[in-house]
Design a protein around this ligand. Structure first.
Ligand SMILES: Nc1nc2c(c(=O)[nH]1)N[C@H]1C(S)=C(S)[C@@H](COP(=O)(O)O)O[C@H]1N2
Ligand SMILES: [Mo]
Length: 555
């Protein structure tokens, strides 16, 4: 390692993010950029990141299982486990000594005052080789980003590998304040799934209250802390790699040279309704979204196609086959969030892909990508990269682990051991789905004049229109068509917004209980499968079977 590399590594370790660190030691932008590029291009590094991070929740789950099996060393059972407290009964190590144990044969890490030999734990780390980044170092900066480690179970597990104390002079304050201190304030009505990173769904009854979801109620899906950006300073680079590399940079002002564009589009996480698949078949790994990982908005900005064409990109002459979108949010190892879509999809004028600056008439809120995000209508929302800082025309798909190791489709027999992410198709569109939002499962509802009113949403990917929503009040024997569909007035194959629907279900006098099934049919005449069994998959994505609820009836 060169001196500079050691310095960079130390900075990185101490201050979590290259940018933050770099300001402290005055690395130039170019140096920061090169450092990040170097890490990204290093194949070993890519392998490490590539095999890591199935999902935050997966990590949480497996850690919990593992520590449960090992047994909690804390005798009082319920009392709080404090990891990293000074233990006078154990030897003291200098950081220099710890840093020598940085390989698979001997792998030490520190946490606050604690020194741990976790060599034997390496093979079972749920985040795979990602753990190698902490070799001989403190794990706190990493845990600050992958906050799911911060549970009693994981602390107990960590303490079970305790071998000593870190010398007082070598202790660095790694509190996560500075990482999360800039998080935006959020509406209290959102249903929080995880706090750091912030993930929250919109309550079902508020989903159907507005066709365009108010910005503060729009569901939020973050993988990292929200970057603190300034519209006046922000720019997006278009990078074309075909033999030589050409770069064009656009400030937000400069983007205004293109005609204004807009699209009314729902964003839906590919994991929406995952909790039903999880409960009705068998466990899947991922945030346990109910039906609230979808919301709808009017997006305004300029069309991606216009920008690409201006930069000389076209399907006939451009060597690249994919468009990689990169955001300004970065993980603990300094890698920016990124994913890609096929170039054909990006250039299709009917695709209406937008570089959006506005959401429902206001500048994008920080949680939704301020000051610039790409909106890829009809695609899983992961492709709609927030805080967009570069657009790369590349021969290959994005190498990021978010693109390579997630949002891909597998059959119901594939397990974590047999699933091959490299050959599985990335999800670029979404199947038809629907959900009943009001009443909720278990509600007591009033039958007015012998009729129960039921409301919900339906949505299909790729611009398909919702033609029908059907409700069965008797487990599929008979079906009633929802009599009100509220949808946008987009041209055919450009129905990117959701559809809100209302159905009126007659009930018999004295009927106490009602089971309701909902399914939608789209303009390709695709419809939802009845059960989750056959579409079950390890990540619980594309979870679009009939939505089924039971309610009590009050007459
Ligand atoms: N830069 C960046 N873009 C991102 C993400 C992210 O973590 N970072 N999450 C993606 C995922 S998985 C989803 S579902 C949507 C969520 O968008 P929203 O938070 O505006 O609802 O953003 C996508 N774009
Ligand atoms: Mo997502």
């Amino acid at each position: 390692m060169t001196l500079k590399n050691i310095l960079l590594r130390t900075i990185h370790q101490k201050n979590k993010f290259v940018n933050v660190a770099a300001t402290a030691v005055k690395l130039t932008n170019q140096e920061q950029y090169e450092y990040k590029e170097q890490r990204r291009n290093d194949s070993n590094y890519r392998r490490i990141v590539g095999s890591a991070l199935f999902s935050s929740v997966l990590v949480g789950t497996v850690f919990a299982e593992k520590s449960h099996k090992k047994g909690n060393k804390n005798k009082d059972g319920d009392t709080k486990v404090e990891a990293g407290e000074r233990r006078p009964d154990l030897p003291t190590f200098r950081a220099e000594e710890v840093s020598k144990h940085d390989n698979e044969k001997s792998f030490w890490v520190t946490y606050k005052n604690g020194v741990y030999d976790v060599t034997s734990f390496l093979p079972s780390h749920p985040g795979g080789e990602q753990i190698m980044n902490a070799a001989g170092l403190s794990i706190e900066p990493f845990w600050n980003v992958y906050g799911m480690h911060k549970t009693q179970e994981v602390y107990a597990l960590l303490e079970s590998y305790r071998i000593g104390n870190l010398h007082e002079d070598d202790i660095v304050d790694h509190t996560d304040e500075e990482l999360w201190v800039k998080e935006p304030s959020r509406d209290k009505r959102l249903i929080v799934k995880t706090n750091k990173p912030f993930n929250a769904e919109i309550p079902a009854k508020l989903q159907i209250a507005h066709f365009d979801t108010p910005n503060e109620l729009f569901y939020v899906r973050q993988h990292m802390p929200v970057p603190d950006l300034d519209a006046g300073q922000h720019s997006v680079r278009v990078i074309i790699r075909d033999g030589s590399t050409r770069v064009k940079e656009f400030s937000l002002d400069k983007l205004e040279m293109f005609p204004k564009g807009s699209v009314r589009a729902a964003l839906m996480c590919a994991g929406n309704r995952r909790s039903e698949m999880n409960e009705q078949v068998k466990p899947v790994k991922g945030i346990s979204w109910q039906g609230g990982a979808i919301s709808n908005a009017l997006w305004e900005g300029v069309y991606l196609r216009d920008v690409l064409v201006y930069c000389g990109v076209d399907t006939a002459n451009t060597v690249g086959k994919h468009v990689i979108f990169t955001g300004s949010d970065i993980d603990a190892t300094g890698v920016n969030f990124s994913t890609s879509i096929p170039l054909d999809q990006a250039l299709n004028p009917n695709g209406r892909i937008l570089l959006a600056t506005h959401m429902n008439g206001n500048p994008l809120p920080p949680d939704h990508g301020y000051p610039l995000r790409v909106i890829v209508p009809g695609a899983p929302a992961v492709r709609s990269v927030k805080w967009l800082e570069s657009i790369t025309i590349s021969y290959d798909e994005s190498p990021s682990h978010w693109h390579q190791k997630d949002y891909r489709s597998f059959n119901a027999s594939k397990t974590w051991e047999t699933a091959d992410f490299a050959t599985a198709p990335p999800i670029y569109s979404l199947p038809v789905t629907s959900a009943i939002c009001d009443p909720a499962d278990g509600d007591a509802v009033v039958a007015k004049d012998g009729v129960v009113e039921v409301r919900g949403y339906a949505y299909s990917g790729g611009g398909a229109k919702i033609l029908r929503v059907d409700i069965s009040p008797d487990c599929g024997k008979t079906w009633l068509q929802a009599d009100e569909l509220q949808c946008d007035d987009a041209p055919p194959q450009q129905h990117y917004a959701w559809t809100l629907w209302t159905a009126r279900i007659p009930v018999a006098k004295g009927q106490k209980e009602l089971e309701l099934w909902a399914k939608a049919t789209d303009s390709n005449f695709n419809t939802q499968p009845e059960k989750f069994d056959d579409i079950w998959n390890i990540r619980g994505v594309l979870s679009n079977a009939y939505h089924k609820i039971k309610v009590q009836i009050k007459h």
